[in-house]
Design a protein around this ligand. Structure first.
Ligand code: PEP
Length: 247
C-alpha cells in the first residue's frame, strides 16, 4: 500500500513573509491522515518553512549540488539542506533541465548524494510535445530513467519519488488525460520493476502538469498514479488544500 504524496512546487515564488502567510492558512486546515504533503519553497524560505511545518508537512528544496561542499559558487549541498531540517529535494525538473542545463549525468550523481545525505529525492521525468506526437514517449522516459538512475543500486529505487511531468502540460493549462497519466506512469513503474519488483511496488510515482482542484481527483484515482506535483495551483492555499483533499 503506497501512501499518496502531494507536493507544492512554488518555483521562484513566495518570499519568507508570503511563505508564512501561506502556511498560516494551510496548516490548520490540513486533514488528519491523508496524503503525505510536501512544500518546495525557494531557498531563502526553507528554514522558516521547516520551523512552521513541524511534523505534518515535509519541506523540499527545488535543487541541490551533488558535492557536499566545494568551489561551486551559487550552489547548495545536500548536507546543508539536511542541517536546516529539509527532508526532500526536487531533481531534474524540466525547467532546470531546459534553462540551467541540468544533465542526466549530473542527476546520476545527485540522486545517490541526496539519498546518502538523508534527503528524499523527487525525480522529474517527461517528454516534450514533439516527442509525444512522434510516439517517442516511452523511449524518452526509458532513456531518462536509465541515465538518471545509473548511480543507484536496485535496492535504493523503492525509496524514490518519481514525478511524471509531460513538458507540454507544465504551466500550460493543458493536462494529460487520466488515461495518459496512468498509461505512462505504468510504463515508468514497469521499468523500475524490471530492475527490482519490490521497488516497482514501493516507488511512488506522481503526475505533474496543470493539476488543478477540478482535475486532481480523477488523475489520482488511477491505480498507478500515487499523487501529484503541483506548480501553479499550489500557490493558493485553498487550491492546494483542495488537491490534497482530492488525494
Ligand atoms: C511543475 O512545476 O512541476 C508543474 C507541474 O507546474 P504546473 O502545475 O503549473 O503545470
Amino acid at each position: 500500500m503506497r501512501v499518496p504524496y502531494v507536493a507544492a512546487n512554488w518555483k521562484m515564488h513566495k518570499t519568507v513573509a508570503e511563505t508564512e502567510a501561506f502556511l498560516a492558512e494551510l496548516l490548520p486546515k490540513l486533514p488528519d491522515g491523508g496524503p503525505e504533503v510536501v512544500v518546495c519553497p525557494p531557498y531563502p524560505s526553507l528554514a522558516r518553512a521547516v520551523e512552521l511545518c513541524g511534523d505534518r508537512v515535509a519541506v523540499a528544496a527545488q535543487n541541490m549540488h551533488e558535492e557536499p561542499s566545494g568551489a561551486f559558487t551559487g550552489e547548495v549541498s545536500a548536507p546543508m539542506l539536511v542541517e536546516i531540517g529539509v527532508g526532500a529535494v526536487v531533481l531534474g525538473h524540466s525547467e532546470r533541465r531546459e534553462h540551467f542545463g541540468e544533465s542526466d549525468e549530473a542527476l546520476a550523481r545527485k540522486l545517490p548524494a541526496a539519498l546518502d545525505a538523508g534527503l528524499q529525492p523527487i525525480l522529474c521525468v517527461g517528454e516534450n510535445e514533439g516527442q509525444r506526437d512522434a510516439g517517442e514517449t516511452e523511449a524518452v522516459l526509458t532513456r531518462q530513467l536509465e541515465a538518471d538512475l545509473a548511480g543507484l543500486g536496485d535496492d535504493r529505487l523503492g525509496g524514490l519519488v518519481v514525478a511524471y511531468e509531460p513538458i507540454w502540460a507544465i504551466g500550460t493549462g493543458r493536462t494529460a488525460t487520466p488515461e495518459q497519466a496512468q498509461e505512462t506512469i505504468a510504463v515508468i513503474r514497469a521499468w523500475i520493476a524490471a530492475r527490482s519488483s519490490e521497488a516497482g511496488d514501493a516507488v511512488r510515482i506522481l503526475y505533474g502538469g496543470s493539476v488543478k482542484p477540478d482535475n486532481a481527483a480523477e488523475l489520482i484515482s488511477k491505480p498507478d498514479v500515487d499523487g501529484a506535483l503541483v506548480g501553479g495551483a499550489s500557490l493558493e492555499p485553498s487550491d492546494f488544500l483542495a488537491i490534497v483533499e482530492a488525494a
